[in-house]
Write a protein that binds this ligand. Structure first.
Ligand SMILES: Nc1ncnc2c1ncn2[C@@H]1O[C@H](COP(=O)(O)OP(=O)(O)OP(=O)(O)O)[C@@H](O)[C@H]1O
Ligand SMILES: [Mg+2]
Length: 303
């Protein structure tokens, strides 16, 4: 049996629009291994939601294949194994949170005897334990988002597909969500989520895929994507004028940072000390995910 939770090959989709067509996916490939937390990132309009909707069976691709836990996307078997948080969710506003979640649980096939306890657990997991009886209309935007996450979790599926996971959440809720994701991962659940919050993605994901203009532009572990081969970052405090040729950049709290080729580390450390500087840390140079994304997007546009 395949160890892939999601397997997408050569997916193509062109939408019909008013007066024309819009190409959304241009041969998309994705591989998400079981047990991974996979961050799916890309600029607005890159094709993230389109591909996610195809995985759910909500949009039909023009060509290509999409498998969910080895089953064709959209099949009953695939849907049964998957919990989904839509990018924009519309709920029955007049219903109570618990009441509506019980309905979702029933639709997701949770047995009648387990329904209420599963719903309460899911609402507690997302921090809505004290608001189970509130009507959806009484919820703030972030609370609705939390409800959506509870809805995705309610049937305890082995795979979660979450579109715009962090949308509308305050910083504390984001931290709690991070812990929730890590605890779900510990239970062996595969989590595939899109987000525009690069710091979220950097801290919880094992693997990342970057999509731009309907195609995967990079895929790999965080380390693969963020490390810059053979370069070292030296953080130091001290004079910068004498070290101008090393191109020091301001870092946090009055520190400076320079990045050099690994082979030049000793020489750079000597130069900093000679100039009266004090070395704070020496570590492999890393980029931020924003930088990688920006580079890929601008390269794609130039091409
Ligand atoms: N129903 C639709 N009809 C026509 N065009 C569509 C439709 N849905 C999406 N598109 C187009 O397909 C492309 C990809 O859109 P998609 O929603 O998949 O992007 P996304 O990566 O999810 O973006 P965002 O980060 O803004 O959510 C865009 O050019 C968009 O205009
Ligand atoms: Mg989207």
């Amino acid at each position: 049996m395949s160890d892939l939770a999601l397997e997408v090959r050569e997916l193509r989709k062109t939408y019909k629009t008013v007066g024309g067509t819009q190409e959304a996916l241009r041969g998309l490939d994705l591989s998400v291994r079981k047990g991974q937390v996979y961050g799916y990132v890309g600029p607005n309009g890159a094709g993230k939601s389109t591909s996610i909707k195809i995985l759910l069976g909500l949009v039909r691709p023009d060509s290509g294949t999409a498998l969910v836990m080895g089953h064709p996307a959209g099949s009953v078997e695939a849907r049964r194994l998957l919990g989904y948080l839509p990018e924009v969710a519309v709920y029955h506003e007049f219903m109570g949170a618990e009441e509506l979640l019980v309905l979702h649980a029933a639709l997701a096939g949770v047995s009648a005897s387990d329904r209420l306890s599963r719903c309460r657990t899911a609402l507690e997991m997302v921090g809505l334990g004290s608001r189970m009886k509130s009507r959806i209309r009484e919820f703030s935007k972030g609370m609705k988002q939390r409800f959506g996450i509870a809805q995705a979790l309610v049937a305890d599926p082995p795979l979660l597909v979450l579109d715009e996971l962090t949308s509308g959440l305050d910083p504390i809720a984001q931290l709690e969500l991070k812990e929730l994701i890590l605890s779900l991962k510990e239970r062996g659940i595969t989590i595939f989520f899109s987000s525009h919050m690069m710091s979220e993605v950097e801290t919880v994901c094992d693997s990342i895929g970057i999509i731009h203009q309907g195609k995967l532009r990079a895929e790999g572990t965080l380390q693969d994507l963020l490390s810059i081969e053979n370069r070292v970052a030296i953080h130091f405090r001290g004079p910068t004028d004498e070290l101008a040729e090393l191109n020091p950049q301001p870092a946090k709290a009055g520190e400076q940072v320079i990045t050099v080729e690994q082979a030049g580390t000793d020489a750079a450390l000597d130069r900093i000390r000679q100039a009266g500087g004090s070395i704070l840390t020496v570590a492999p140079a890393k980029r931020h995910l924003e930088d990688v994304l920006h580079q890929l997007v601008t390269a794609g546009e130039a091409a």
